[in-house]
Ligand binder design. Structure first.
Ligand code: PGA
Length: 314
């Protein structure tokens, strides 16, 4: 089979980038001496390049005009071509630098505890594509993530309630429904409809102080003027789930912490009016610091994939 070349490359090009660069400079600046000065070359070098270029193409590219030179129509066309090639070369160099930057490096991300149920999945394709980028995912509760953001420990943070007193860019990337749960054999789990007020004589289990999930429950109760003091505080979503399953009380958790069918975990989502509470997961980064290439690339990758996913669901 005959090898196929892209158009323009079947024959060895009769001009070099260096010659084209000189022609472009002469056309733009109007004389060999000015072009030579701008290119940091000797005048005879530029003149030789122009002569060779014109000779190998068999075209007159420049004509004398007064004390300088002006391009012929074809010379002007070739100078345009040289500018386009220069732009293309520049794009290649930018891309090459970018690809180098993604070959190795580190990307620090802070994430609130609840995101551990889905964030690793979202990071998967990026991690597989750029194996040289070491991802450090710090999983902590909301207040600890805010402290990290304040110190500037990480480039990106995934959370539900970003602080308002830091210069942050925000991208809400996923819904975060918050549900009230009970053990699946709890009498309230058999009810078809409930109001929040119906739950208040039951013990409630909450996350530790500093948790965003806990802060949401406190806010909702305060808004509705309800009093539901915690029976027990537990330091993780899993600990809360275990305690609820053991029948120790009810709890508010992100739907993301539960299995697709919570009954398989011995849990039930209670049909309480006004719930699930609709909250968002937000990715944030500091606006007063430049984002590294790996961080920008991850954001682009997530934007792309979540858009595709949203379309598929719609
Ligand atoms: P947390 O997460 O309950 O694990 O702190 C929620 C949040 O972002 O506020």
């Amino acid at each position: 089979m005959k090898p196929r070349f892209p158009p323009g490359l079947e024959r060895a090009p009769r001009a070099s980038l260096v010659q084209l660069r000189s022609l472009e400079a002469v056309v733009r600046l109007g004389s060999v001496s000015r072009a030579a000065e701008a290119l940091h070359l000797a005048q005879p070098t530029v003149s030789t390049q122009l002569r060779e270029l014109s000779g190998s193409l068999g075209l007159t590219l420049l004509e004398p005009h007064g004390r300088g030179l002006v391009p012929t129509a074809v010379g002007e066309r070739l100078a345009e071509c040289a500018r386009a090639m220069g732009a293309c070369w520049q794009a290649f160099e930018d891309d090459a630098a970018a690809l180098q930057g993604l070959r190795q490096g580190r990307l620090r991300i802070a994430a609130v505890t609840t995101t551990e149920y889905f964030l690793p999945d979202l990071l998967g394709p990026f991690a597989r594509r750029y194996p040289g980028i070491q991802i450090e995912l710090a999983v902590e509760n909301r207040d600890a993530v805010v402290a990290r953001l304040r110190r500037g420990d990480d480039e990106l943070a995934a959370m539900m309630r970003p602080p308002s007193d830091l210069p942050l860019a925000r991208w809400p990337f996923l819904e975060n429904p918050l549900v009230l749960i009970a053990s699946s054999d709890h009498p309230l789990a058999q009810r078809k409809r409930l109001r929040l007020a119906d739950l208040l004589d039951q013990p409630v289990l909450v996350r530790e102080a500093g948790s965003g999930t806990r802060a949401v429950l406190d806010e909702v109760l305060a808004e509705q003027g309800l009093h539901w003091p915690p029976r027990m505080a537990l330091g993780s979503n899993e600990a809360v789930k275990h305690a609820v399953r053991a029948g120790l009380g009810l709890a508010l958790l992100s739907r993301h912490t539960l299995a697709a069918d919570p009954a398989t975990e011995g849990l039930a989502v209670l049909p309480v009016a006004g719930f699930p509470l609709k909250r968002q997961w937000v990715l944030v980064w500091r606006q007063d610091r430049p984002l590294s290439l790996p961080a920008r690339t991850l954001l682009d990758d997530l934007r792309q994939r979540l858009k595709v996913r949203a379309k598929a669901v719609a």
